[in-house]
Design a protein around this ligand. Structure first.
Ligand code: SAJ
Length: 416
C-alpha cells in the first residue's frame, strides 16, 4: 500500500512519518522545494519533539520520500493550511490547489481524506473540485458507496508540542461522505492510531473540530474577562480562579496575554462566518481575547506614566521595559500569531527601549524593530528594567518567580 500526504507542515509531516514508521510507503507532497529537500535528507524543517528521529528513520529505511509533484497512490491525505482572508472569511485556496494537483493521478479505488481544519461544507466542495477535474471517475456525492473515489474529512486535533504522542493516542473523528469512505478511512488510520475511530458525516466532522477549538476559545475568554473585572475591583484573579475551581463542577482556564497560534484564534471565525446571526458567544469570545494584548499595552503605558512622574528626568527613550516571553504559549519557540510578540512590537512603538527575554529563540525575528528591541537572557533583561511585563508562562520564569516578585514595577499577565 502507498499513501500520499499532501502538505508536509506541522500536521502532514508527523502523520506521514507515523504511517512510514509502520512500514507503509508514503509519498509526501509539498509545494515548498526547500522543505522537500530537507525531508529527503532525513531532516525536518519544523520544531516538534521526537519528530526528527522518526522522520530520519522513515527516510533512511526508504518508507518516506518527499516530492513537489503528486504521484499515484491508494490514499491521499490533504493537510494544507486553511487561513481566513479579509473580513474573517475562510480561504480555501490551498485545498483547491491541492485537489487540482492530485486530481490527474487519481484512480478507481482511491480514498481522499481532508485533514485540514475546514469550514462546514469544505469537504463537499473539495469533492466537487475533484469531480469537475475528473469527469471520467465517479464520486460519493453522486454515487455514494459505489463511487470510484471515496472521500472523507478526518480533522487533526493534536496539540503542538505533543503531536507525535497525540496522533497515536487521541480518538479520531471520521466524517465520510459515504459508509464505504468511513470503512476505508478507519482501516487506514488504524495503521497507527490507538485511540478510538468514531464515524459520522463530513459536515458534522468539520463542525466537531471547529467546536473543540471554539469551546477552548470561549473558556479562555471567560478567564480573560475575569482578569479585567478583577483588575477593576482590585481582586487577585489567580487566587479567585483557584478558589472557584475548588467547586466540583467549575474548571476555569487561565487568563493570559491573549490567544495565539494558528487554530484557536482562527477556527471560531469559520463558525461565525457560517452562522453570523446565531454565533453570538463565539464571536464575543473572539473579541474579548483579541482585546487582551491591547489591554496589557495600556497597563504598560500607565506604568510608564507612573515611572515618569516619579523620575521627571526620564524621557521615553531612556525607559526600559523588560518583556518576558514572546512565544504564543509556554515552553515552545513558535512566535507565529503570538499575542506576546504583538505586545513587544506595540511597546516598542511607544518609543521606549524593550529588553525582550525569550529563552526559546536565539535571534529576534526580522519583523521586530531592532533599534528599540533587544534579545536578552533573563538576568540581563532585568538589569536596567524600569518595568517588567510577564507575557508567557515559560518554565524559566516560573523558576525565578520569587526573584521577579522583588521588582518594584511588575505587570504579570500570566500569573507567574
Ligand atoms: N491559553 C490561555 N489560557 C489557557 C490556555 C491557553 O491563554 O488556559 C492560550 C495559549 O497561551 C495560546 C492559546 O491559548 O496562546 C492556544 O493554546 P492551546 O494550548 O490552548 O492550543 P493550541 O493552539 O496549541 O492547540 C489547539 C488544541 N485544541 C484544543 O485544545 C481544543 C489542539 O488540540 C488542536 O489540535 C489545535 O488547536 C489545532 O490544530 O487546531
Amino acid at each position: 500500500q502507498t499513501i500520499s500526504m499532501v502538505g508536509l507542515g506541522y500536521i502532514g509531516l508527523p502523520t506521514a512519518a507515523l504511517f512510514a514508521s509502520r512500514k507503509v510507503k508514503v509519498i509526501g507532497v509539498d509545494v515548498n522545494q526547500k522543505a522537500v529537500d530537507t525531508i529527503n535528507k532525513g531532516e525536518i524543517h519544523i520544531v516538534e519533539p521526537d519528530l526528527d528521529m522518526i522522520v530520519h528513520a522513515a527516510v533512511t529505511e526508504g518508507y518516506l520520500k518527499a516530492t513537489t509533484t503528486p504521484e499515484p497512490a491508494e490514499a491521499f491525505l490533504v493537510a494544507v493550511p486553511t487561513p481566513f482572508k479579509e473580513g474573517n472569511v475562510p480561504d480555501l485556496k490551498y485545498i483547491e490547489s491541492a485537489a487540482k494537483s492530485i486530481a490527474p493521478v487519481l484512480e478507481k479505488g482511491n480514498l481522499v481524506i481532508l485533514e485540514s481544519t475546514s469550514p462546514v461544507g469544505a469537504t463537499e466542495q473539495m469533492a466537487k473540485w475533484l469531480a469537475d477535474a475528473r469527469p471520467d471517475l465517479t464520486f460519493p456525492q453522486s454515487h455514494g458507496n459505489n463511487a470510484d473515489v471515496q472521500i472523507a474529512h478526518c480533522p487533526e486535533r493534536v496539540l503542538p508540542g505533543k503531536v507525535v504522542t497525540e496522533l497515536v493516542s487521541n480518538d479520531r473523528v471520521i466524517g465520510g461522505m459515504s459508509d464505504k469512505a468511513n470503512d476505508m478511512a478507519i482501516a487506514l488510520y488504524k495503521t497507527f492510531v490507538e485511540g478510538e475511530c468514531i464515524t459520522t458525516d463530513s459536515r458534522t466532522a468539520e463542525m466537531a473540530k471547529l467546536t473543540e477549538n471554539s469551546f477552548r476559545d470561549v473558556n479562555i475568554a471567560f478567564a480573560n474577562e475575569l482578569s479585567l473585572i478583577c483588575d477593576e475591583l482590585d481582586i487577585n484573579v489567580w487566587e479567585l480562579i483557584e478558589l472557584a475551581n475548588r467547586h466540583p463542577r467549575v474548571n476555569i482556564l487561565q487568563p493570559g496575554a491573549g490567544v495565539g497560534g494558528h487554530c484557536i484564534a482562527v477556527d471560531p471565525w469559520f463558525i461565525v462566518d457560517s452562522a453570523p446571526e446565531q454565533a453570538k458567544i463565539i464571536k464575543m469570545a473572539r473579541d474579548v481575547n483579541n482585546y487582551k494584548p491591547q489591554w496589557v499595552v495600556e497597563k504598560v503605558k500607565a506604568a510608564i506614566t507612573d515611572v515618569q512622574s516619579q523620575n521627571p528626568d526620564k524621557n521615553l527613550s531612556n525607559i526600559t521595559v523588560a518583556c518576558l516571553g514572546m512565544a504564543f504559549k509556554p515552553d515552545i519557540d513558535d512566535l507565529r500569531e503570538s499575542p506576546a510578540m504583538q505586545i513587544v512590537k506595540d511597546i516598542a512603538k511607544i518609543g521606549c527601549q524593550v529588553a525582550a527575554v525569550e529563552p526559546n529563540i536565539h535571534e529576534l525575528p526580522e519583523s521586530i524593530d531592532h533599534s528599540h528591541v533587544s534579545l536578552n537572557d533573563l538576568s540581563k533583561g532585568l538589569e536596567n528594567a524600569d518595568i517588567v511585563v510577564v507575557l508567557v508562562k515559560h518554565k524559566q520564569f516560573i523558576e525565578q518567580a520569587e526573584y521577579l516578585k522583588q521588582h518594584s514595577c511588575i505587570i504579570d499577565a500570566v500569573g507567574i
